[in-house]
Design a binder for this molecule. Structure first.
Ligand SMILES: NC(=O)c1ccc[n+]([C@@H]2O[C@H](COP(=O)([O-])OP(=O)(O)OC[C@H]3O[C@@H](n4cnc5c(N)ncnc54)[C@H](OP(=O)(O)O)[C@@H]3O)[C@@H](O)[C@H]2O)c1
Length: 381
């Protein structure tokens, strides 16, 4: 099977490395024929080209593997490739979540496969687990740590009395966080991943903006100290739950009891649970990012296409209703007055614990507070 690789950065170079090594008999069936790079200075191999048309118009190339990131030109490149009858493998969660329905429709029209294991959970075969589970059972709930960068920051802030901005700087120096870390620390990366996981698990599509999303940008040591008093750890969890006629979808920091398994997941690891009737709760854990773990997932996807066994997702429009889930929340804000009717316990001048409220109710209060320094976490102890 001949492959056109788009992008030769962290993930793309890992894919080239794994395939070029030709380690196993399965990998020996794969060949990277062309690699798209952006700049003349990046050309280090005669397979490299600056022209996408060299890949698009090469009839020998069966699969286009997109590891460029960003919305454009990644979206145009892969849709053009599908129209030419080429299968697609992508690691680009932002592009895939944004254009999900268009991509799935095009795949069906052109009878090609679209594989996206590397978009969620790096190398832990999470999408494969969802596909296997849903063949046998109805998936009821997905929840977990989908973002390694924020998990690294949270781990360090629990281990020692360091400020958020200092740990973020460390994470950037180690290559865990990007120069613009907004997608990670504002929960947007986890939101792409929970949306893609839900589209897969529930065969339902919804606009990603409907997922309630809070990150850890405003986390302070005083919030960590409060969690510690509860014998809890703060984790950024993304959750999707199927109710009778609707879905609940949210990304929310959580104070979880130290005796829960997710509390033990440290540094840049991912850990996600999938709950279904017959399997019960299954936990998937591993490297959520990094060059070779992510490239491993990409290569597994190519082999699934090579073996003629890709899953196809159908979708109908799903309805999100975040009024059902109820919880208690820790909130720190400059405007506690907005929350006066739902405060159960004052913790300090600007922090409090709410009564049990619906997710929608607390979200509405947070929007009304319009406080760009607000930090919120669901309390699950
Ligand atoms: N890194 C991870 O651990 C990881 C894990 C899971 C998923 N992902 C996803 O995988 C994708 C790639 O991530 P990455 O970390 O590999 O990013 P990266 O290191 O920045 O690599 C992307 C590469 O694509 C190149 N590129 C961008 N636009 C191009 C164009 N028009 N033509 C040719 N080359 C182009 C970039 O070149 P320039 O540098 O010159 O712009 C860069 O070399 C992203 O969507 C990311 O979210 C990454």
């Amino acid at each position: 099977m001949k492959i056109g690789l788009l992008g030769h950065g962290v993930v793309g170079s890992g894919v080239r490395q794994i395939i070029d090594t030709q380690l196993t008999s399965d990998i020996k069936k794969l060949e990277i024929k062309k690699i798209l790079v952006k700049d003349e200075s990046e050309i280090t191999d005669d397979r490299m080209t600056l022209q996408y048309e060299d890949i698009l118009n090469d009839d020998e190339i069966d699969v286009v593997v997109e590891c460029m990131g960003g919305l454009e030109p990644a979206h145009t490149f892969i849709t053009d490739a599908m129209k030419k009858g080429k299968h697609i493998v992508t690691s680009n969660k932002k592009m895939f979540a944004t254009y999900y329905t268009e991509i799935m429709d095009l795949a069906k029209e052109n009878n090609v496969a679209v594989m996206y294991e590397a978009t969620c959970g790096g190398g832990i075969a999470w999408i494969d687990a969802l596909n296997r589970t849903k063949k046998v059972d109805n998936i009821l709930e997905i929840s977990g740590i989908f973002n390694g960068t924020t998990n690294y920051i949270l781990t360090k802030m629990h281990e020692s009395d360091v400020a958020f901005r200092d740990v973020l700087k460390d994470a950037q120096n180690l290559g865990y966080a990007e120069a613009d870390p907004s997608d990670d620390i504002d929960g947007l990366d986890a939101r792409y991943k929970i949306a893609i996981s839900s589209y897969t698990a529930f065969n339902q599509h919804f606009p990603i903006e409907n997922v309630i999303c809070y990150g850890i940008r405003n986390l302070q040591q005083q919030d960590v100290e409060y969690a510690k008093k509860l014998n809890a750890t703060i984790k950024l969890l993304a959750t999707a739950r199927k109710n009778e006629n609707s879905l609940e979808e949210y990304v929310m920091p959580n104070m979880i009891s130290n005796n829960q398994m997710l509390a033990q997941v440290s540094n840049n690891f991912n850990a996600i649970t999938c709950e279904s009737n017959t399997l019960g709760s299954a936990l998937y854990y591993g490297q959520g990012a990094g060059s070779l773990p992510t490239a491993h997932a990409v290569v597994q996807d190519i082999l699934i296409i090579e073996n003629g066994n890709p899953s196809t997702n159908t979708y109908e429009e799903g309805i999100i209703d975040n009024q059902i889930h109820r919880g208690k929340y820790y909130v720190r804000t400059k405007r506690p007055i907005v929350f006066k009717d739902i405060i159960e316990e004052e913790i300090s001048e600007d922090a409090f614990l709410t009564k049990e409220v619906s997710l929608f109710e607390i979200h509405l209060a947070c929007v009304t507070a319009s406080d760009d320094s607000l930090f919120i976490a669901e309390v699950n102890v």
